[in-house]
Design a protein around this ligand. Structure first.
Ligand code: MLT
Ligand code: MN
Ligand code: ZN
Length: 306
């Protein structure tokens, strides 16, 4: 399978339109490369079809970047000029966050219904809370299919996906909730190459099962949102800690860096990186620390072949 990081930044992107943190100003001064918002795509090498995982507000730019690089050349679902359908065989959602779902609205011009996979909880949130799925019904339409943690879904002849529960928080627009699992991670297996990818862009903690899943994967794409737990409060630009937002910070004794350090046979890459995270600044001590730990920092267009 081929995996492409469409957007490496967390919500807001890099730079974020209203932000004057060190990172955002560094990009504006030309000292760092801009990044679009969190999303990846996975391609079956068997039939060339692509799957979009999360639909960011930057999806239009991300699709055009894929087209410019010839990503869709092999995908017959999108070849003739009269075809204005989506160049993805399906869209998988890991949660109902605004920055992972707003791109769906931009895809309304598709001439075929969008094939969307999500948990029932996410469907409900996107139907009654942030009503994107209901809105789309009067445009391209939606064909929804459930994803249930623990169950395996066949995407193509070679690719299958297994969802698993992650410790995450409800989206801010949900006022009260009794639901426990808001976000999921996905393990995608290629049955021909016998390889697997685990994607966990929103991860509040790492338990024994998750650790084992990471060890058993060839590549993991992991939550790289914040460097410190109090990153936003400390900068005076947000009240909530990383923990309160359902993100495990990278640094600190129990941070993801130290927890992931001993996983050695897996390619480890941070995704969903917030613009305040100093690892985005070239040559920063924090970025060097991450690189010394053997974890990669993703960027838009990074392509991984498994
Ligand atoms: C998150 O990643 O936790 C959310 O996207 C943050 C938010 O937009 O509230
Ligand atoms: Mn987010
Ligand atoms: Zn910023």
């Amino acid at each position: 399978m081929l995996i492409r990081i469409l957007g490496a930044a967390a919500g807001g992107g890099y730079p974020q339109w209203n932000c004057h943190c060190n990172g955002c100003e560094t990009v504006r001064d030309g000292g760092a490369i801009p990044l679009t918002q969190s999303s990846i795509a996975v391609q079956s090498e068997e039939d060339g079809s692509w799957f979009l995982i999360n639909a960011s507000p930057d999806v239009r730019q991300q699709i055009e970047a894929m087209r410019a690089e010839g990503c869709f050349n092999l995908y017959s679902g999108n070849s003739h000029s009269g075809n204005r359908s989506l160049p993805f065989a399906g869209i998988l959602l890991t949660d109902a966050e605004i920055d992972h779902t707003t791109g769906l609205i931009l895809l309304r011009e598709s001439t075929a219904p969008l094939n969307i996979y999500s948990t029932a909880t996410v469907k409900q949130a996107l139907t009654s809370g942030y009503a994107i799925l209901s809105t789309l019904q009067n445009y391209c339409g939606v064909k929804w299919a459930p994803i249930t943690p623990g169950e395996i879904i066949k995407l193509t002849d070679d690719l299958e996906v297994e969802a698993f529960a992650l410790s995450t928080k409800a989206p801010k627009y949900i006022q009260s909730t009794e639901v426990e699992v808001w976000g999921i991670g996905l393990t995608i297996r290629d049955k021909i190459t016998n390889t697997s990818l685990t994607y966990a862009p929103g991860m509040g903690s790492i338990d024994k099962d998750l650790r084992q899943r990471f060890e058993n994967s060839d590549c993991i794409l992991i939550d790289g949102t914040f460097w410190t737990n109090d990153e936003l409060p400390k900068l005076g630009i947000g009240a909530r800690t990383a923990e309160q937002m359902g993100h495990l910070a990278l640094s600190g004794d129990d941070g993801s860096l130290s927890q992931l350090a001993s996983i050695t046979n897996t390619r480890k890459i941070f995704v969903h990186i917030n613009n305040t995270n100093p690892i985005l600044i070239p040559n920063s001590p924090e970025r060097q620390t991450v690189e010394n730990t053997g974890i990669e920092i993703s960027y838009d267009g990074l392509t991984i072949k498994l």
